[in-house]
Design a protein. Structure first.
Length: 344
C-alpha cells in the first residue's frame, strides 16, 4: 500500500516510516522540516506545510492510507497551534476525503482529557483540554468525527507520551541529568503512577488500525503501556542504569508548581502547564478497548521504554549535543533548570 505520513520527519514519523518500509509498503513523508535520515532515498519526501491545501491536493491522489501525525506542539505559539492543529487537520482530512483515500488514522493525544479527577481514563470520558494544545486536539478530533459522518474510516488514537529511538524533547532533561551523574527531582512524593508508551508499540497500534476491517477500527482508542510503575520507580530505573548511584529526590508539589508557573510566564523553563500540573498525579488510561477490539499487545513496560530511549540517547549524543528547539527531535532548552541541575 501507499502511505502518506504527515509530520513524517518527526519522532513518530521516522519510526513509523521505518516500520512501514520493513513491511514492504511505499511511504510518502510530508513535513515542513527536512527529512534527514538514512531512509531518504527509500521514500518520497514532500517538504510542505499542512496549512498548504493546494500541496495536499497534489500529493493525495494514489494514496491508500493517511497517518496524520503532524502537529504544532505545546511550546509553539498559540497561533501556530490553532492554525496547524485545527485548520491543518481539516486540510488533511478534507484533501483525503476529496481524493477518495481509503482511511485516515488521526494521532490525537491523552491531553484531551485535561487534568483528570479519576483513573483509569476511558475513551468516553469527558474531554477538557488544558491550554491551546489540548483545546486544539479536541477540535481536531471533532473534525475527524465530522468526516466519519460523511462515510470516511477515521480511527482516532489517543497515545500516552511515547518514547523510543529519536525521542528527545522533555525526556532529554532526565537523560541529560542521568548522563552527567546527577540525581533528578520529582514533584510530590513520586508514588503516583504515570503511564508512558514505547513508540514501537504505538506503531503496532497504528498498523492494526490500518489493516483490520473498518468496522473494527473506525473508532477511538487509548494506547499506552500495559505495565508501568510510579514516577519515582520508573525514573530511578534510568538513574540506576546510568550507574552513578544517584537517586530521584521528591519535592513538595504545591510550591514547586507555583515556581514553575512563574518560570513559564518568564520563559525561563521549558516545562508547560500540562506537564507540571499532571506529573505529580496519577496519569494512566485504560487500554482494554484496544486490547479487546484491535488485539493490541504492547511489548514494552515503562521501564523498558525509558531505558531503550536512554540507550539511544547515549549512542547518538554527539549528533544533537549542540542542538535545541521545541520539537520532540531535539533537546529542549533547560533554561533556569540548567542552574538547578548543579545542586543534584
Amino acid at each position: 500500500m501507499r502511505f502518506l505520513i504527515t509530520g513524517g520527519s518527526g519522532f513518530l514519523g521516522i519510526n513509523l516510516t521505518r516500520y512501514l518500509l520493513n513491511k514492504g509498503h511505499q511511504v510518502v513523508c510530508y513535513d515542513i522540516a527536512d527529512f534527514d535520515y538514512p531512509e531518504r532515498d527509500r521514500i518520497t519526501f514532500v517538504k510542505a506545510d499542512i496549512r498548504d491545501r493546494a500541496m495536499l491536493d497534489r500529493v493525495m491522489p494514489g494514496v491508500n492510507i493517511v497517518v496524520h501525525t503532524a502537529a504544532a506542539l505545546p511550546l509553539y505559539s498559540k497561533e501556530d497551534i490553532y492554525t496547524t492543529d485545527i485548520l491543518g487537520t481539516r486540510n488533511v482530512v478534507d484533501a483525503a476525503y476529496q481524493a477518495g483515500v481509503e482511511r485516515l488514522i488521526h494521532i490525537s493525544s491523552t491531553a484531551v482529557y485535561g487534568i483528570p479527577d479519576h483513573h483509569p481514563l476511558y475513551e468516553d470520558d469527558k474531554l477538557q483540554g488544558v491550554g491551546p494544545y489540548g483545546e486544539a486536539k479536541i477540535e481536531a478530533e471533532r473534525i475527524c468525527l465530522e468526516y466519519r459522518e460523511k462515510g470516511m474510516c477515521i480511527p482516532i488514537i489517543r497515545p500516552k507520551s511515547f518514547i523510543g529511538p529519536e525521542r528527545l524533547g522533555v525526556f532529554a532533561l532526565l537523560y541529560d541529568w542521568a548522563r552527567d551523574g546527577r540525581g533528578f527531582p520529582v514533584l510530590g512524593n513520586g508514588k503516583n503512577r504515570y503511564q508512558y508508551l514505547d513508540v514501537e508499540d504505538l506503531c503496532d497500534a497504528i498498523y492494526l488500525c490500518c489493516t483490520l476491517p473498518r468496522e473494527q477500527t473506525n473508532d477511538t482508542f487509548n494506547i499506552g503501556a500495559k505495565e508501568f510503575g510510579t514516577v519515582a520507580e520508573d525514573f530511578q530505573a534510568v538513574l540506576d542504569y546510568a550507574g552513578y548511584g544517584k537517586k530521584v529526590k521528591p519535592f513538595p508539589a504545591a510550591p514547586m508548581i507555583w515556581g514553575l508557573r512563574i518560570l513559564e510566564v518568564l520563559r525561563l523553563s521549558p516545562l508547560y502547564k500540562w506537564v507540571y500540573e499532571t506529573i505529580a498525579k496519577d496519569s494512566f488510561v485504560s487500554i482494554e478497548k484496544a486490547e479487546r477490539v484491535l488485539g493490541f499487545k504492547p511489548k514494552y513496560s515503562n521501564k523498558d521504554a525509558l531505558l531503550r530511549n536512554y540507550q539511544w540517547y547515549l549512542d547518538n549524543y554527539a549528533k544533537f549535543a549542540d542542538k535545541s528547539g521545541v520539537s520532540h527531535r531535539v533537546p529542549w532548552k533547560q533554561g533556569v533548570l540548567g542552574i538547578v541541575k548543579r545542586f543534584f
